[in-house]
Design a binder for this molecule. Structure first.
Ligand code: NAD
Ligand code: ZN
Length: 241
């Protein structure tokens, strides 16, 4: 811990890279692990681009659950620690999460690699809506439709879809230009996002990983590994700064 505090004091540019584990303490289920969504849903059957085209009503069962979960959740202490870290050099949060909790906590620069549940987009006319407009329908189990009658899709990246190009470019730049990167609550297996810590390391940044368990990053990429909850470890770090 002492060394991590020194690294933060020495760093000029800090970036955080976050995954589903960042939101678990807010009550949002991750994909993998014991309580993960993939124990309830088969990813290829619901969360792939082709599944959405073939059986959108099935995909919407997952989306409904995710949207309701997000709306009932609030940022936790770990999210607020990342806001405080901006006073100590944090430049950006690169997130794989689609729940919008980093923005709600108040971080300035949040790069959403996998999109956001906040918006719904028409696949036909590209019209975009705020999810709140359709909340009552969604809660009643109806599938939201565009004015052109097409079924709407949350503006999130499904399996088989590419990541938003400009966001990915900006995230890559942040990774290459930072001197310290925090990898927080990610299993680091979903590509290309999972390569971001390695890209930072290649540009000589130090990597601090916080996770409940070891990941593919722990041995090869991370300089420091803190085993535990992000909602406990991050406030501990902030308290010592
Ligand atoms: P993941 O589900 O694969 O892994 C979660 C990781 O978080 C695991 O390594 C786990 O050990 C760790 N973890 C769980 N609770 C933790 C805690 N309290 N503190 C620290 N670590 C904790 O998630 P991923 O790596 O983000 O990748 C999977 C995909 O999941 C992403 O594409 C993302 O878009 C999507 N997803 C997002 C949300 C969300 O927006 N909150 C929720 C579920 C899935
Ligand atoms: Zn439309």
């Amino acid at each position: 811990m002492d060394e991590i505090i020194e690294e933060i004091r020495d760093a000029e540019r800090i970036t955080a890279f976050t995954g589903a584990g960042m939101s678990v303490e807010s009550g949002i289920a991750p994909f993998r692990g014991e309580d993960g969504l993939w124990n309830k849903f088969d990813p290829q059957e619901v969360a792939s681009a082709s599944a959405f085209v073939e059986t959108p009503e099935r995909s919407w069962k997952l989306f409904k659950l995710q949207i309701e979960e997000c709306l009932e959740s609030d940022p936790h202490k770990g999210h607020y620690s990342l806001v405080e870290l901006e006073d100590h050099g944090l430049n950006s949060v690169i997130t794989q999460n689609v729940d919008g909790l980093h923005q709600r906590a108040g971080n300035n620069e949040v790069l959403e690699l996998h999109g956001s549940l906040k918006r719904l987009v028409c696949q036909s006319c590209r019209h975009s809506f705020m999810v709140e407009e359709f909340l009552d329908d969604i809660k009643e189990g109806h599938i939201p439709r565009c004015e052109c009658d097409e079924i709407l899709k949350p503006d999130v990246v499904l399996f088989g879809e590419g990541l938003p190009h400009d966001i990915l470019q900006r995230a890559w730049k942040e990774a290459e230009n930072c001197d310290l990167l925090f990898s927080l609550g990610t299993s680091a297996v979903v590509q290309p996002a999972a390569s971001i810590p390695a890209a930072a390391k290649k540009s000589e940044a130090k990597i601090v990983e916080i996770n409940l368990e070891r990941t593919p990053l722990t041995h090869d990429v991370s300089d420091y590994f803190l085993k535990g909850k992000v909602g406990e470890k991050l406030p501990e770090i902030i308290d010592r700064l």
